[in-house]
Design a protein around this ligand. Structure first.
Ligand SMILES: Cc1cc2nc3c(=O)[nH]c(=O)nc-3n(C[C@H](O)[C@H](O)[C@H](O)COP(=O)(O)OP(=O)(O)OC[C@H]3O[C@@H](n4cnc5c(N)ncnc54)[C@H](O)[C@@H]3O)c2cc1C
Length: 392
């Protein structure tokens, strides 16, 4: 990839809405992405390899558990700082942000919120430092948008549980040290449990040949009579609301992250359009390209405002799941549209790894699907405003 010349757009001077701490955290993450992610990410994506070299850096910028209290190794930051870190990481690559999101919101969050003190002490500091990487097993071969139908089961054997079933499309699965897994007990109640690599009967085959999120490893979780010690059950919440609570936190981070990907595509297209001469003038001087660029910055600015407000509500404990759905859906769709338009601005150069746009575009095809698809989030908004469920 050519040199990272990224300059973040701030058309409405939204930095004025951020505190000194927000700016410090954001700028540290921005600088780290330029230094540690940009130089290696294109090759990692081309080779479909998760770049393990970035794990310690992710921990250092507070990307593993940004809002987890410091007593458990987290960064103890607020929700806006968390969002800004995700924005900067996804400016680099959605796959890297996925690793940070899974670790923070889908592994550390449930242990922090639903776990007991011993579980928090045992796992959270190691996850925060990057010594342990985790994954989150909710989706199954037959249950994606409808996780409540899950077939993975635990059976009470007296001194332990026996876990059977399979999870699919699991980020970080191939190398995760622990998995937070959702399974039904004999009464059909969904429980969260911590499965550790090395437990007999637990395997994590990798999913190959993805065209999207190539720098993030994806795999299956297979459970064949895995003995789960009783102390590995998350005791403090069960039912579908438990995994959905984790998804709220991750979806919130994705809403911010998508802005990062969009900013990178816009900034690249703007710079390229001013330098690329056709018909004796920069293509930036044509009305058609200006339309694309003007619409990009308008949509980015709207998404920044929506997401900042959501962050304020989240800090106050007032953000609803439906509000988070709206931001995730809007911002990922916005980023995908901008990536597609930006790629066109670059003409043939847009399909190469010289520029980040095509990688963002392909990555966003996963982001628009995982953590609730574009359509499912629309149904969540529809349900929220009408009170009528349209899922079935
Ligand atoms: C790269 C990647 C990483 C992932 N990482 C994880 C992870 O770490 N952990 C995890 O648990 N999962 C993960 N997922 C899974 C992801 O969350 C699911 O793919 C997603 O929830 C959609 O499920 P599905 O693919 O089975 O699609 P389906 O549920 O089969 O949906 C297919 C289509 O039907 C539509 N649809 C479904 N129901 C309705 C309805 N009622 N009305 C109208 N339309 C409907 C959907 O919107 C979609 O367009 C990942 C997926 C990808 C691609």
């Amino acid at each position: 990839m050519s040199q990272d010349l990224f300059q973040a757009p701030d058309y409405y001077q939204l930095d004025d809405l951020l505190s000194e701490e927000h700016l410090l955290v954001r700028d540290a993450a921005r600088e780290w992405v330029k230094r540690a992610v940009s130089p290696i990410i294109e090759q990692a994506a081309q080779e479909a390899k998760f770049p393990t070299s970035i794990i310690s850096g992710l921990a250092e910028i507070g990307a593993f558990g940004p809002y987890i209290p410091e007593e458990y190794g987290g960064a103890g930051l607020d929700q806006i700082s968390y969002g800004l870190i995700m924005q900067e990481i996804e400016r680099g690559d959605s796959g890297v942000r996925s690793t940070a999101s899974v670790q923070s919101s889908l592994v550390m969050y449930p242990i922090w919120k639903y776990g007991n003190e011993a579980q928090k002490q045992k796992y959270l500091p190691k996850l925060a430092s990057g010594e342990f990487l985790g994954c989150f097993g909710l989706t199954e071969p037959n249950h994606g948008s409808n996780p409540g139908g899950m077939e993975t089961k635990i059976k009470d054997m007296g001194d332990h549980y026996l876990l059977n079933g399979a999870k699919m499309w699991i980020s970080n699965a191939p190398f995760a040290d622990i998995a937070v897994v959702w399974a039904k007990n004999e009464e059909g109640r969904i429980k969260g449990l911590i499965v550790e690599r090395g437990m007999e009967g637990f395997t994590t085959p990798e999913t190959h040949n993805k065209w999207s999120l190539r720098a993030s490893a994806t795999g299956e979780l297979i459970f064949d009579n895995v003995k789960i010690p009783k102390e590995n059950i998350l005791p403090n919440k069960d039912g579908l609301g438990a995994p959905l609570g984790c998804l709220d936190s991750a979806r919130y981070g994705i809403a911010w992250g998508a802005i990062g990907a969009a900013m990178d595509c816009y900034d690249t297209a703007l710079r390229y359009s001013k330098e690329r001469i056709q018909f004796d003038k920069p293509i930036a001087g044509t009305q058609l390209q200006q339309k694309k660029l003007a619409e990009m910055i308008t949509e980015i600015t709207k998404a920044q405002l929506l997401t900042w407000r959501l962050g304020v509500l989240k800090n106050e404990g007032r953000a609803t799941s439906a509000q988070i759905s709206m931001a995730k859906r809007n911002n990922v769709d916005m980023a995908l549209t901008i990536a597609r338009d930006a790629r066109q601005v670059l003409g043939a150069m847009g399909i190469t790894g010289e520029y980040s746009i095509m990688r963002h575009m392909m990555n966003l095809e996963s982001v628009v699907t995982y953590e609730g698809t574009h359509d499912i989030h629309l149904l969540i908004t529809g349900f929220d405003i009408t009170g009528i469920q349209a899922f079935k």
